[in-house]
Design a protein around this ligand. Structure first.
Ligand SMILES: O=C(O)CCC(=O)C(=O)O
Ligand SMILES: [Fe+2]
Length: 737
């Protein structure tokens, strides 16, 4: 099959504009050749655009090995072709899609071809249109070859199918569904949880043995007794967690805390099958082991003991379908699971267990392993950081200088999320709680290793000063980092602590340009460290309730704009067209937190490039923060302002009417407005938040010897000001945009 056919097609869809550099072009050529080989082996001939094909092959190259998942591919495909039948090859390298119409297949091809997924930045997808009949024959062959289900082997794992019958399941589901005790929504995977017996404390991933016990209904007592009578559990469980998952929800990788729970953990699956993934502990410095998938049928009991309990992690990916070993998708349905644990020996009345000496220190909390992701970003009670306090502030005891000398600096870890949040809240920090959690999470996830958080701790372990550096994109030139979450405890100010932390992070940033939003009190410090003020921005707020969200603005543009929500795949496609630094930052930012995204287009076609778009993020204090807000440079005034207003109003409406991830209502919308957008924002009823003015500041990268310095203005233009390839940025994201 001639490679030229791919070549002709790619130029026709304008891929060169996306990929750009010649190195990337060569890489893409190699990927095209690989796709040609895959097609040749599978007996598929790539067809020209005019052939009217409904089927496609997408080469993505070993998803799970490279950090992306089938869900990323599914999301990208389904955003464009919602009804497409998808089939993932068993080798995991490519996916077939059969679309409803040839037009849909062409749209998938044109949007996804040469598009780098955020999780596969160096491996742009390559797509070929192929014959529908040939795909059918291929699938029949592959399914026949992989018919026997391959059981994954995890030592210590047992799966007892049909542990309960249909009638018992129905009774349990009814007892759980009629109970009036509140469900707790989890931010780490989206499911809801309820606890019985001992309370499960997500901050420590342990049982709370000191506090009040939630109830212990009859079904808990009956099932616990049965596990002992059947010889499955050595002692009766005393901590039961019910997890309720809707399609699309999961549980992150974790190993149930070693020191807190006993040596057997069981989980009963109700209502629907699920695929649970297991991976053995990796040696320090090694990448995570490849996961094994185990289907847990409804009414089955999963029993984890030995290696499976202590030396393997498990997770359920947050997606809407699972794939059989033969690659066929099975849509998920609501599933309940009941996890049975027993507090470890010696754990009682607030006492913790003696240290454990297992063979898996990487997964063992008592041997220093970090907190498991189950307890990652923890919601804090809703509060507004700016709400004036009626109580008189307690007098501040200023610690002695000697104590300042004894402060210990160390890298921040996920396990510090609580302490970080507590510091931000106590200092009524400008940026509400979720920002510091998000920054910490993004730093922890950065595969380049260029991001880091640093903290100063007292001898008793109290965090008194913190700062987080995030590398926006290792490939951007100049390479750029963002400094966020610089907070100092009031009692410890004016001792140079922030300077110590920021200076050490700047050393780490090396030759990166570094941007930040500096509050008025922080500006002198940043100026002395080489940052230059570039642009003034103000925080604006609008109080909203479900009934009073703004309707379409009065001066709607002449041509009606179609406003709609952006899917995750569309969002990625959009940000992939942005400058590299911003694209990477925005994808990471919006992937890591619940968000809403609206776009306005001139036609109702979801694939039409938006004329304006706005992204909003839920903050934990009940606010939605909107930013960035971008309008196309192709529009002249007043159409440009109108497009921005339309999309902003739609985003506010969505924020005001749609329930938040925890089911509550948004009470306030915030925008960090750059000068260009202040008129638009005021016209929608926003008012400035007093005292919340910040400067966008930038420290240009140090110039190499003999070379002229790269001006702060030009780097700043790329990062936050002025014109971006996708449009003019009118309101910035607080942290990263
Ligand atoms: O949903 C499940 O089956 C597993 C839940 C789980 O791993 C846990 O609660 O620790
Ligand atoms: Fe678990």
């Amino acid at each position: 099959m001639p490679a030229g056919r791919f070549g002709r097609d790619t130029s026709a869809v304008g891929m060169t504009e996306t990929v750009g550099a010649s190195k990337a072009r060569r890489q893409l050529q190699r990927r095209l050749a690989a796709l040609a080989r895959v097609c040749a082996r599978a007996g598929l001939e790539p067809l020209p655009r005019s052939a009217g094909a409904r089927a496609l092959v997408v080469l993505h190259g070993g998803l799970d090995n490279r950090g992306a998942t089938h869900m990323d591919i599914d999301a990208a495909l389904r955003a464009i072709a919602p009804g497409a039948a998808l089939w993932h090859s068993t080798c995991g390298l490519w996916t077939c899609a059969r679309c409803a119409t040839p037009a849909e297949a062409l749209a998938v091809h044109d949007v996804l071809h040469a598009l780098p997924l955020s999780a596969l930045p160096r491996h742009a997808l390559v797509v070929a249109l192929v014959d529908d009949g040939a795909v059918g024959a291929l699938l029949a062959r592959e399914c026949a070859a992989h018919a026997p289900v391959k059981a994954a082997r995890v030592p210590g794992l047992a799966l007892l199918e049909e542990y309960i019958d249909e009638a018992e399941q129905a009774r349990l589901v009814r007892a759980i569904d009629v109970a009036t005790d509140a469900w707790e929504a989890r931010s780490d995977g989206g499911r809801c949880v309820r606890h019985y017996g001992l309370r499960f404390d997500y901050a420590t991933a342990r049982a709370d043995t000191s506090g009040e016990r939630p109830p212990w209904p009859a079904w808990c007592a009956e099932l616990s007794a049965r596990l002992v009578a059947d010889g499955i559990a050595p002692c009766a469980p005393d901590q039961i967690t019910v997890n309720s998952y809707r399609p699309g929800e999961g549980i992150p990788w974790h190993c149930d805390t070693h020191s807190a729970f006993g040596r057997v953990i069981c989980s009963l699956s109700l209502l629907a099958d699920i695929v649970m993934r297991f991976r053995g502990a990796a040696e320090p410095g090694e990448p995570p082991r490849a996961p094994l998938a185990v289907r847990l049928p409804r009414r089955s009991l999963l029993v984890l003991a030995g290696d499976a309990r202590y030396g393997w992690e498990h997770s359920i990916s947050a997606r809407t379908a699972d794939f059989d070993p033969d690659g066929l998708p099975r849509a998920r349905k609501r599933r309940l699971s009941i996890t049975f644990r027993r507090a470890a020996d010696g754990v009682a009345n607030g006492r913790t267990a003696p240290p454990c000496a297992c063979r898996w220190p990487q997964l063992c909390d008592s041997q220093g392993a970090g907190r498991q992701p189950l307890s990652a970003p923890e919601p804090v009670p809703a509060r507004c950081a700016r709400e004036p306090s009626t109580a008189a502030p307690p007098p501040l005891a200023r610690p002695a200088d000697a104590e300042a000398g004894a402060l210990r600096m160390r890298a921040l870890r996920r396990a510090d999320a609580r302490a970080l949040t507590a510091l931000a809240v106590a200092q009524r920090w400008d940026s509400p709680e979720s920002d510091v959690q998000l920054a910490l999470e993004l730093a922890a996830r950065d595969p380049s290793g260029g991001s880091a958080g640093a903290g100063l701790f007292t001898r008793t372990g109290e965090l008194v000063c913190c700062a987080i550096l995030l590398r926006l994109d290792a490939r951007a030139r100049p390479r750029t980092s963002w400094l966020s979450s610089v907070i100092t405890d009031e009692r410890w100010r004016r001792r140079g602590l922030a300077r110590r932390l920021v200076s050490s992070l700047l050393v780490r940033a090396g030759a990166d340009a570094v941007g930040l939003f500096g509050s008025s009190c922080g500006q002198p410090l940043y100026t002395s460290l080489g940052f230059e003020p570039l642009l003034a921005a103000g925080l604006y707020e609008l109080r909203v309730g479900a009934g009073d969200a703004p309707t379409a603005p009065a001066d709607a543009p002449d041509t009606p704009l179609h406003v709609g929500l952006l899917s995750a795949a569309e969002l990625r496609a959009l940000v992939a067209r942005e400058t590299a630094a911003r694209a990477a930052a925005m994808v990471a930012w919006f992937d890591a937190a619940p968000h809403l995204a609206c776009a306005a287009r001139s036609s109702g076609e979801p694939t039409a490039v938006p004329l304006s778009f706005a992204l909003g993020r839920h903050w934990l204090d009940g606010s939605v923060f909107i930013g960035p807000l971008v309008a196309s440079p192709e529009l002249a005034e007043p159409a440009r302002g109108a497009a921005a207003r339309v999309v902003l109003a739609a985003t506010i409406r969505t924020a005001a009417t749609a329930p938040r991830p925890d089911g509550s209502r948004t009470t306030r919308v915030l925008v960090l407005a750059l000068p260009a957008s202040q008129a638009i924002i005021s016209a929608l009823g926003f008012v400035p938040v007093p005292g919340a003015d910040v400067q966008f500041m930038l420290r240009p990268p140090p110039a190499p010897a003999g070379a002229p310095s790269c001006g702060a203005q030009s780097v700043g233009g790329m990062l936050a000001g002025g014109h971006l390839p996708q449009g003019e940025l009118l309101a910035a994201g607080y942290d990263l945009a």
